[in-house]
Design a protein around this ligand. Sequence first.
Ligand code: NI
Length: 135
Amino acid sequence: MSLTIYRKAHFNAAHRLYRKDWSDEKNDEVFGKCNNPNYHGHNYQLIVGITGEIDKETGYLIDIKILKQIIKEEVEDALDHKNLNLDVPEFKELNPTMENIAVVIWNKLRKKIDPKYDISVKLFETPRNFATYTG
Ligand code: NI
């Protein structure tokens, strides 16, 4: 038997999608408005899923206070009100697409959460556009 619990979080961040090695025309063609040289923001919504077994003693799958703290430190403190391209080391050489942001968040959480749990990260860049990463 396994069960998944979820914790929601959100952060606001700015980004620009582009490749330095491409022309302005090609960047515009591929990345459209997300290539705006002056950056733009998104209100990212995050849903973290933790899958495992219910602890018989506590009835918890994981102590959600601890999960909340890990998400605060690894995601909110690291990304909220940041320029992802300029302020966040993981995106110095990596395009901050929602796909890559979801993978970066998953990798950060994976280092902090007991390997006995499976982790999923669902990241909404807009209410209609989102990505799920499960490792
Ligand atoms: Ni964008």
